[in-house]
Write a protein that binds this ligand. Structure first.
Ligand code: NDP
Length: 412
């Protein structure tokens, strides 16, 4: 018996809610609270039709509206529903208001992306790590970044550390989307967050330089790789939030990098949009109103939740570790391949939302079952990875191990 409040009703929330309903013995009651009530009700209807939600033995779902930018409104909804856990699957701008409301109402918290102020495209853990003592004192757990990357990539890091290495020296995270949605330009998750992330400077952890970080221009470092299940793709070095926590939590780490694949059409469109100022987050005056160009652009781009039926192909996300065990060098690659159309048939969403929503459901289950519920604020590599790894295989994201992987730098 559990009560979960899920905030947000976009692509990721939809998958997480469908997966919770598949797992109705753990998730008995869910309230979906978001800005647009109609979206909450659409997800509810789909879960009722697909997985018997609302019927005997199925998850009971209620819906309501909430403004997650407003702590008082959040407190109202939490106090009315009295959940065991709040799953924040809306946008990173709301992390702190929701954490504040959770502290006031004494309820634990989980999210899939770290806090980012609306007016600065800079995501860092410092704002959320500042809540550590408050959550600890209140006896509450906050699980940060429990999607795929961040999320599963850190669970894999903890698993590699626990089972295969004495010391991990190098981590390379590779996120490849071989899916095609047929649009010249669209993003697979929140366009605003996606474009802010991709157009920012690259950065990676390197313990040999004084402050530990090397900054690059966007898309400056590129390698080509043959991704099993997808084929040969260009991948580009980007900054990604899990690098910050892995640099702190993986002892002996010398370098950690993150790469993502992009097709030429995506990059050409992005460059053009940047060149004309459409990706800017500085407000401009338009017909007497202030608008943020990137928010306007997001409003005209396809809704990521609508890409499901159109997207064909697979994703391949993997992490390559290098280090030592018993003083001998070890290489270890762990990856998942996910098929967009299979995800669509199962839960009505494409694989990017699926690979994020499934780990969010698993993280909530880890909390409810007592595997991941220590008081404080934690990222995924700070918990026991074993029960999560088992759940990935069971709930739709099976992983594969390779002990002789090709190095990242093999093809420039
Ligand atoms: P969407 O844009 O599809 O959905 C966001 C949802 O949040 C929408 O339902 C939106 O409401 C709702 N929302 C936004 N602002 C508010 C507000 N102030 N109050 C209430 N509800 C609000 O995003 P995604 O589902 O694609 O992504 C969700 C989260 O997952 C994001 O934080 C994203 O960064 C993260 N993510 C994490 C990944 C990982 O691997 N860790 C990968 C992909 C995404 P409305 O419908 O009215 O617009």
């Amino acid at each position: 018996m559990s009560k979960i409040l899920i905030i947000g009703a976009g692509g990721v929330a939809s998958v997480a809610i469908h997966k919770c309903c598949q797992n109705s013995s753990v998730f008995t009651d869910i309230c979906i609270a978001s800005r647009t009530l109609a979206k909450c009700n659409t997800i509810k209807a789909s879960c009722e039709a697909r997985f018997g939600a609302g019927k005997k033995g199925g998850t009971k779902i209620s819906t309501c509206t909430v403004n997650a930018d407003d702590v008082h409104d959040l407190i109202r909804v939490i106090n009315e529903y009295k959940p065991d856990l709040v799953m924040h699957l809306a946008l990173p701008y709301q992390d702190l208001t929701i954490m504040d409301a959770c502290l006031t109402c004494r309820v634990s918290y989980l999210d899939t992306a770290n806090y980012e102020p609306l007016d600065t495209a800079k995501f860092e853990y410092k704002w959320q790590w500042a809540y550590r003592e408050k959550f600890k004192k209140a006896g509450l757990t906050a699980i940060l970044g429990c999607g795929f990357d961040p999320g599963v990539t850190q669970v894999w890091s903890a698993y590699a550390q626990k089972h295969y290495f004495d010391e991990i020296n190098y981590i390379d995270i590779m996120d490849c989307n071989g899916g095609d949605h047929g649009y010249p330009f669209a993003t697979n998750f929140s366009p605003e967050i996606n474009i802010r992330e991709v157009s920012a400077n690259g950065r990676y952890f390197d313990a040999s330089v004084p402050n530990g970080w090397i900054e690059t221009k966007p898309m400056e470092i590129k390698y080509t790789r043959d991704f099993k299940g997808v084929g040969i793709k260009d991948m580009y070095l980007m900054y990604h939030e899990e690098l910050e926590s892995l640099a702190k939590n993986i002892k002996g780490l010398k370098r950690a990098r993150f790469f993502m694949t992009f097709g030429q059409s995506y990059l050409t469109h992005l460059k053009c949009l940047e060149n004309v100022g459409m990706t800017s987050i500085k407000p401009v005056k338009f017909q007497g109103h202030e608008i943020v160009p990137l928010q306007f652009l997001s409003a005209v781009l396809p809704d990521p939740a609508s890409l499901g039926p159109r997207t064909k192909g697979k994703t391949h996300i993997g992490v390559l570790f290098q280090g030592t065990k018993n003083k001998k060098p070890v290489k270890y690659y762990v990856y998942n391949i996910c098929d967009h159309q299979e995800c669509y048939h199962e839960v009505g969403s494409q694989a990017i939302s699926y690979t994020t929503g499934v780990p969010a459901m698993i993280g909530a289950m880890m909390y409810l079952e007592g595997h991941w519920n220590k008081p404080g604020v934690y990222t995924a590599e700070e918990f026991d990875p074993d029960p999560f790894m088992e759940a990935l295989n069971k709930w739709g994201l099976p992983w594969v191990e390779d002990f002789n992987p090709e190095p990242v730098d093999a093809k420039k």
